[in-house]
Write a protein that binds this ligand. Structure first.
Ligand SMILES: Cc1ncc(COP(=O)(O)O)c(C=O)c1O
Length: 376
């Protein structure tokens, strides 16, 4: 059977490959998946909805009370309303739907690297071209000069991820302003992926929700509520664009998961205290992993301010895929920097959404493996 060329032209994720090679008792710092329990209210709300018979199709854009609750939760950044929000079957599908709705064949899409693995492939699947821009070393801000040098007449979209996977970087006010100017000056739409907005440990989250004239914002509940398996996300846009996004979603899934929407709705109004606790836990783990990495000769990381990833650089003569493979063989799963686009090499990504015992064991393996590699 024939497979479409546009699918043939994109690779399988370099993150998933590592899992296939790992043994069951490996330390897993490869997954971007919180190990916390979801809020009890979310589980109760979902079960209750299902028991009450809410198991049928729902409205394409999601149930209105949840759209309103999302708008209320995010009104801390901008005065958005429920009509600006569409609930989606995951942040991933929100990203795909936005690209399918907004990119034409031949359009160029500026994609961050190191960056989340699906932006480039989504641009290609929509018939566009993925053009990678660099993040700066150390604090991983979008490199404004590099972005400007890559803008052409065909550039229609700029993807921003804040806080960032895999770097843990958070956008400064200065970067934010520069990116807004670039979008306005060149009539480019920003697709802002803010699924880690709840996980900022220092400073404030800078959100593109205040810029809906030029930005479409994708968010998610997977990380916020530790419900990666529920597949629940959302997109926020200007009302003018929303009808088109809803049309797109109708053709993708008709409507999102009904019981899960009621679960999220039951937990969202009181989520702040849950998130405060989650941030305390992740911040402790972050401090531990940063300290352990910086104790290793030849490895370095600046303290990441957001998400739950450490993305250290190393000074050994080995490709990140081979380094990650050596770690998998020694019992530690992580992701090679090369999985995150052309500017990810010479780094490894470790998720610290795992407990401190696992982080310590993982860092013992990293330290021994790094020593071995540096002697070669
Ligand atoms: C930056 C980023 N965006 C979006 C997603 C998608 O999350 P989900 O599809 O679980 O909502 C992820 C998942 O790892 C991510 O890291």
């Amino acid at each position: 059977m024939k497979i479409a060329n546009r699918l043939n032209s994109i690779p399988m994720s370099g993150i998933r490959k590592m899992f296939d090679l790992a043994s069951p008792d490996s330390i897993n710092l490869g997954l971007g998946e919180p190990d916390l329990s979801p809020p009890a209210a979310a589980i109760e709300g979902m079960c209750e909805a299902s028991r009450k018979g809410l198991n049928k199709y729902g409205p394409t854009a999601g149930i209105m009370p949840l759209r309103d609750a999302v708008a209320k939760h995010y009104s801390r950044y901008a005065p958005i309303e429920g009509k600006n929000v569409m609930i989606t079957p995951s942040g991933s599908s929100a990203l795909l739907e936005v690209t399918q709705a907004m990119i034409d064949p031949g359009d160029e899409v500026l994609v961050p690297s190191p960056g989340f693995v699906i932006y480039g492939p989504h641009a290609v699947l929509a018939g566009g071209k993925d053009v990678y821009y660099k993040l700066t070393d150390g604090d991983f801000q979008p490199d404004i000069d590099d972005i400007q040098s890559k803008i052409t007449k065909k550039t229609t979209m700029l993807v921003i991820n804040n806080p960032c996977n895999p770097t843990g970087g958070t956008l400064t006010e200065e970067s934010f302003k520069a990116l807004c100017d670039i979008a306005s000056d060149n009539d480019i739409t920003i697709m802002a992926d803010e699924v880690y907005d709840s996980f900022v440990y220092e400073g404030k989250h800078v959100s593109f929700l205040s810029q809906l004239d030029k930005a479409v914002v994708v968010g998610g509940f997977s990380k916020m509520m530790a419900v990666t398996g529920w597949r629940m996300g959302f997109v926020v846009s200007d009302e003018k664009v929303m009808d088109d996004l809803i049309k797109m979603q109708y053709h993708v899934c008709a409507s999102p998961n009904m019981p899960a929407m009621y679960g999220i709705l039951n937990a969202l109004p009181t989520i702040d205290s849950y998130l405060e606790e989650a941030r305390k836990i992740f911040k402790r783990r972050r401090d531990l992993i940063v300290k352990r990495i910086n104790e290793i000769d030849g490895m370095h990381i600046d303290v990441p301010k957001g998400a739950f990833y450490a993305f250290p650089s190393y000074a050994y003569d080995i490709r990140s895929a081979d380094f990650a493979m050596a770690l998998v063989k020694a019992g530690l799963i992580c992701s090679p920097g090369s999985a995150f686009g052309p500017y990810g090499e010479n780094h490894l990504r470790f998720s610290y959404a795992a407990d401190e015992t696992k982080i310590n064991k993982g860092m013992d393996i990293l330290s021994e493996t790094a020593k071995r590699i540096s002697r070669k």
